[in-house]
Design a protein around this ligand. Structure first.
Ligand code: ATP
Length: 243
């Protein structure tokens, strides 16, 4: 298994030799990954490997050195510009507006969109994609279960009409049956042309949902390849799957 990114001139997202950190503490060390349009790509690795840090870099919340391309020069964009170009994050811990209803949370996701008819259509689409949210559209988001809140966070991100949706720790703390439902939704989202970058500590979940994956250790890519091959990789099995 190689650590080289799948080479493609038309990658939607290209991260090349990126280094970043907090103050004087380096976290990412010359990390390179690629994500092509309509792929589901997972970043896996243990606690503190730098996965969330990479998402912060991609959302432009953290400065970096190296190359960041998201169709154009992503490194030159502000967080707001990156969001405007369709780079939307579902943050770890969901960060919903707890005292607002489910529906208002979803509408907040669409706050930059002006086509009211398209927003209304997408809202209905969200309720088809997540019927539970439809049933609970008037419930306060903070009073829902963890799984429902994760659905709400994903639907809110989708209401922004993302090109690339980045999800940080989708499965954290959720029952396996809910995680399976969310994984099915990811496949559905991709069918609709949205590209997904999934950060997961649960390697089984990540490799089950993704087309390709990168293993990140100490801020570097140590393995990369099709998810199905990585599941069978002895190093992955030993380090992450308890085999
Ligand atoms: P986890 O799944 O545990 O969140 P991760 O791979 O996402 O792991 P990061 O959150 O990117 O890891 O953290 C990478 C390193 O950066 C860790 O050593 C962490 O302590 C450090 N770090 C993260 N956020 C900050 C911060 N705001 N200030 C200083 N150090 C930070």
């Amino acid at each position: 298994m190689s650590t080289a990114p799948a080479s493609s001139a038309e990658a939607l997202l290209r991260v090349e030799q990126v280094s970043a950190g907090y103050g004087l503490m380096p976290v990412l060390h010359g990390l390179s990954i690629e994500v092509r349009a309509a792929e589901i790509v997972a970043l896996v690795g243990s606690n503190g490997a730098g996965k969330t840090t990479l998402l912060r870099v991609l959302s432009r919340l953290l400065p970096c050195t190296g190359t960041l391309r998201f169709n154009q020069d992503l490194a030159a964009m502000t967080p707001d510009q990156a969001f405007g170009h369709g780079l939307v994050q579902v943050p770890e811990g969901r960060q919903l507006f707890d005292r607002m209803t489910v529906q208002d949370n979803l509408l907040m996701g669409a706050f930059r969109r002006h086509d009211k008819a398209a927003v209304a259509r997408d809202l209905q689409r969200m309720y088809q994609l997540f019927p539970r949210l439809g049933e609970r559209r008037r419930q306060l988001a903070g009073s829902m279960s963890g799984g429902e809140q994760q659905m709400c966070a994903m639907a809110r991100a989708l209401m922004a009409a993302p090109v690339l949706m980045m999800i940080d720790e989708m499965s954290l703390g959720l029952a396996p049956v809910i995680v399976d439902q969310l994984t099915e939704v990811l496949a559905e989202i991709r069918k609709n042309g949205v590209t997904v970058l999934l950060v997961e500590q649960d390697v089984q979940v990540a490799l089950g949902a993704a087309d390709r994956a990168y293993v990140i250790e100490n801020g570097r890519v140590t393995l990369a390849g099709p998810a199905r091959q990585l599941i069978d990789d002895p190093a992955v099995q030993q380090a992450y799957l308890g085999v």
